[in-house]
Design a binder for this molecule. Structure first.
Ligand code: GDP
Length: 607
């Protein structure tokens, strides 16, 4: 068996590393991809670059040619057979290239705009890369925008930098240092690539321009070197099938197809495969393995080439029956002769179940909906770190039944009657229904935007509750009437505040002892106005000049009959009013006022 294993490790069985490009919007991810695909005319056709489904394959010959300018002596050794770069930049592909929580993306390029530094999605990308332990390099893109930059198309960076005047070099250094500092703040050590002594310890920063192509040869060389350094041998050889669904697409004439990345092993036409679906496992046979037709053959009637078998690593489209409910981000497993189909079905569904098991066990939390398994996983991880509880999860567009699910929270915990939807469409009826019943739907294609939305929502609710609680909040005060202007309906009196402060809406009461010696609380109603020198004021504090106040309420007592001018008045506190102060006004209540609350408690028989 050992010999067999060794034999399997022949050169033909090497597999290529897979690379993703991540970064903030507009940093130049798409342009960089275009630039590396582009053939360098002077150096002749860069051999054999092939456009695949959702990915571009660079055979080692192409890599050698594209890095020639920074490897003139040929000292750098290529050990990989090639490099598969995923075409759709951004989080989606990266988070879907997953298997049991680890990443199938072997290396990544994080693109940063040298003029902008680290931006919100850069940080999000870094979190993803860190969570999945994916080695990456940073392309510090748009160096051609440094003021006064003189370009040499497709040049190596060191050489180009040496040609610049002092001013440009200084600006470059300043921006480089700022970027390094920003990375350090995120817990990453980073170094300019040719000053980096340990790729294991420091992230390499490689300055690039997607417009002039400068630094792109360095970037490719660095990618190759990082993958050769960091990928273990076993990863480099073909072994059992490892395959992930990146997209589910309806194609005319083919029905629903899945675009997959085969990161290891071999797929064959007719293979029986199992994958995860929204309505349970999907088991089907591969009808066709399709890759794009080369450009020169596009005049042929099909835009696809049929393949009898395909080898990792590559992007391929699979046509088969029953793919309508397939989930992007799902694993695809091949049923071998000794395999039990049901075991494999359980296995692929366990990915979704693992996520289900992460949601709040007490059933109080928001509802989360995402387009793919990968993005759902990334979103749940983010919400976990952000301490936002999740009660329901779902994949795919938002329909009324999903809103109804979220609506169950309206009674349990109203603040969680919220749907955080990542990169999914919301059905019209569902949106209307949500509006009717009061379920909030937030949609975004950037995770942290959902977090911002939710945080703002919580703050708004708190503000609302504070507003509603105004009538229940009673600040403590003791006041002494100095004149009675109107005995009742409404009571109008002149007063001095002896302790605390009297505010609008405060309920007042006198505490008297009746003829039979029993304590009696006489409620006067609420203060509806405070005036000093005919000017309305919102508050009168202890020691301030006297004010005239109006008190209104149902069944008001009458001065001269139920109470006297000499009766001290107190703000009528209660258990509820104290709790409200504690919940919403803690910051507004002074130590002295808490002391006064304590003193007033026995008067109102509050334990
Ligand atoms: P993506 O959103 O990250 O894919 O960014 P794009 O590749 O679409 O680029 C966004 C914008 O930046 C486009 O207008 C590009 O032309 C421009 N851009 C990208 N790379 C460079 C670069 O290296 N130099 C300059 N000057 N502009 C660039």
């Amino acid at each position: 068996l050992h010999e067999e294993a060794l034999a399997a490790r022949s050169k033909d069985n090497l597999r290529s590393p897979i690379c993703c490009i991540l970064g903030h919007v507009d940093t130049g991810k798409t342009k960089l991809l275009d630039k590396i695909r582009q053939t360098n005319v002077q150096e002749g056709e860069a051999g054999g670059i092939t456009q695949q489904i959702g990915a571009t394959y660079f055979p080692v010959e192409a890599l050698k040619q594209k890095t020639n300018v920074v490897n003139k002596d040929g000292k750098f050794e290529f050990k990989v057979p090639g490099l598969l770069i995923i075409d759709t930049p951004g989080h989606e592909s990266f988070s879907n290239l997953r298997s049991r929580g680890s990443s199938l993306c072997n290396i990544a390029i994080l693109v940063v705009d040298i003029m902008h530094g680290l931006e919100p999605q850069t940080l999000e990308s870094m979190r993803l890369l860190r969570d999945r332990k994916t080695p990456f390099i940073v392309a510090l893109n748009k160096i051609d925008r440094l003021y006064g930059w003189k370009k040499i198309d497709n040049n190596g960076f060191e050489d180009s930098l040496a040609m610049q005047n002092k001013g440009v070099q200084n600006e470059f250094r300043t921006r480089l240092e700022a970027t390094k500092l920003a990375f350090a703040e995120q817990g990453f050590n980073s170094e300019l690539f040719f000053e980096n002594k340990s790729m294991a310890r420091n992230v390499s920063l490689v300055p690039t321009s997607a417009h002039t192509g400068e630094g792109v040869p360095d970037m490719l060389k660095l990618l190759t070197s990082l993958s050769q350094e960091r990928m273990t041998n076993s990863l480099m050889y073909l072994s059992e099938v490892e395959c992930t669904v990146l997209e589910v697409k309806v194609i005319e004439g083919l029905g629903t197809t899945i675009d997959v990345v085969l990161s290891n092993g071999i797929l064959r036409e007719g293979d029986r495969v199992v994958l995860c679906g929204t309505n349970g496992p999907i088991t089907t046979n591969i009808r066709a393995l399709l890759t794009p037709a080369p450009l020169k053959e596009l005049r042929l009637k099909s835009q696809y080439v049929h393949n009898k078998e395909v080898k990792a690593a590559l992007g391929v489209k699979i046509a088969a029956n029953d793919l309508e409910h397939a989930i992007a981000g799902s694993r695809l497993m091949v049923v071998g002769p000794d395999d039990d189909e049901e075991d494999l079905e359980d296995e692929v569904m366990s990915d979704l179940e693992a996520l289900l098991s992460k949601v709040a066990t007490d059933n109080r939390g928001v509802t989360v909906q995402a387009s793919t398994l990968g993005s759902l996983e990334a979103l749940l991880e983010f919400l976990r770190v952000s301490k936002i509880p999740v009660a329901n999860i779902s994949i795919g567009p938002v329909y009324k039944r999903d809103v109804m699910m979220a609506g169950t929270m309206l009674e349990k915990a109203k603040e969680y009657a919220v749907m955080l939807c990542f990169d999914v469409k919301v059905d019209k009826d569902a949106a209307a229904y949500a509006q009717d019943v009061g379920v909030k739907i937030f949609t975004a294609d950037i995770i942290y935007h959902l977090f911002d939305n939710f945080t703002a929502h919580m703050a708004e609710l708190a503000e609302q509750r504070k507003e509603e609680s105004k009538m229940h909040a009673v600040f403590p005060c003791v006041i002494r009437p100095v004149a009675v202007f109107n005995k009742t309906d409404p009571i109008v009196i002149g007063i001095d505040v002896i302790e605390g402060s009297l505010r609008l809406h405060t309920p007042l009461a006198a505490v008297r002892t009746n003829a039979s010696g029993v304590k009696e609380i006489v409620k006067l109603g609420r203060v509806t106005s405070l005036e000093r020198d005919h000017k309305a004021i919102p508050i009168c504090k202890k020691g301030q000049p006297s004010v005239a106040i109006k008190i209104e309420g149902a069944n008001q007592p009458m001065y001269g009959r139920h109470l006297e001018e000499s009766d001290t008045l107190y703000s009528a506190i209660s258990r509820q009013s104290i709790d409200t102060l504690k919940e919403f006004y803690r910051a507004d209540v002074t130590m002295e006022e808490w002391g006064l609350v304590k003193k007033l408690k026995p008067l109102f028989d509050i334990p």
